[in-house]
Design a protein around this ligand. Structure first.
Ligand code: HEC
Length: 202
């Protein structure tokens, strides 16, 4: 009977889907549990690469700066219009990093979170680059604004990891229509298809 009442209430338009009207605590707890369990189950078998790999971290810095700070902030960036306006609100990743669970972070970045502002980046980024961002997130809570800027600068900006022009050549992962996509010379950080990062001079 309870479910009929819930359906009836929903059908009558009683539920406010406005993003500026927070859920009741019980609803919030239920959605958070459903979200966390869904991710835990799906992230179970993901193998985590070496997150201390410096080339991997470097590729993540530029991509994080280009694609994530509008919602998830950065050292020295306290808030943005997006970070304040979204509900559920994007967690401040300069504080939580990978949340202690890199496999779950990888899954979330790749697939996004339904009915929230969190996009599915796997549609435009291959796994190597997503791992680069995860490796960078692992460092992020330890960085001050200056260290953050230094790492972003060393990463040569938003390139999906530095090997982008070559990626375009043989991967066909995404076209040249990426928003905020700049053509830049390939940097020293280069990721191979096997997911391992290597450094070499151009
Ligand atoms: C348009 C805003 C937006 C952008 C851009 C965005 N996210 Fe998110 N992200 C969100 C929101 C909102 C959530 C929370 C969703 C929820 O809890 O239901 C989230 C959740 C996450 C989480 C889970 C954190 C946790 O503790 O639950 C991770 C990790 C994450 N995002 C990483 C990223 C990365 C990496 C990028 C850039 C490649 C990115 N996001 C870009 C809005 C965004």
């Amino acid at each position: 009977m309870a479910s009929v009442a819930v359906l009836g209430a929903a059908y009558s338009g009683l539920v406010n889907v406005g993003a500026d009207d927070p859920h009741f605590p019980a609803v919030h707890a239920f959605l958070a549990m459903a979200r966390d369990r869904s991710i835990a189950v799906r992230a179970r078998d993901i193998e985590v690469p070496d997150l201390k790999d410096e080339a991997l971290i470097r590729t993540g810095a530029g991509n994080y700066n280009a694609m994530c700070i509008g919602c998830h902030l950065a050292p020295g960036v306290e808030k943005t219009e997006l970070s304040q306006a979204l509900y559920p609100s994007p967690p401040n990743l300069t504080k939580s990093g990978t949340g202690g669970d890199p496999a779950a972070a990888f899954w979330i970045i790749k697939h996004g979170i339904k009915a929230s502002g969190m996009p599915a980046w796997g549609k435009s980024m291959s796994d190597e680059y997503i791992w680069g961002i995860v490796a960078f997130l692992d460092q992020l809570p330890q960085l001050n604004a200056q260290q953050y800027q230094t790492m972003v600068a060393a990463s040569s900006g938003h390139q999906h990891g530095g090997g982008e022009s070559e990626m375009h050549g043989h991967e066909g992962q995404h076209g040249d229509n990426m928003p905020g996509h700049h053509a830049k010379p390939a940097s020293k950080a280069h990721l191979h298809r096997d997911g391992k990062a290597h450094s070499h001079e151009n």
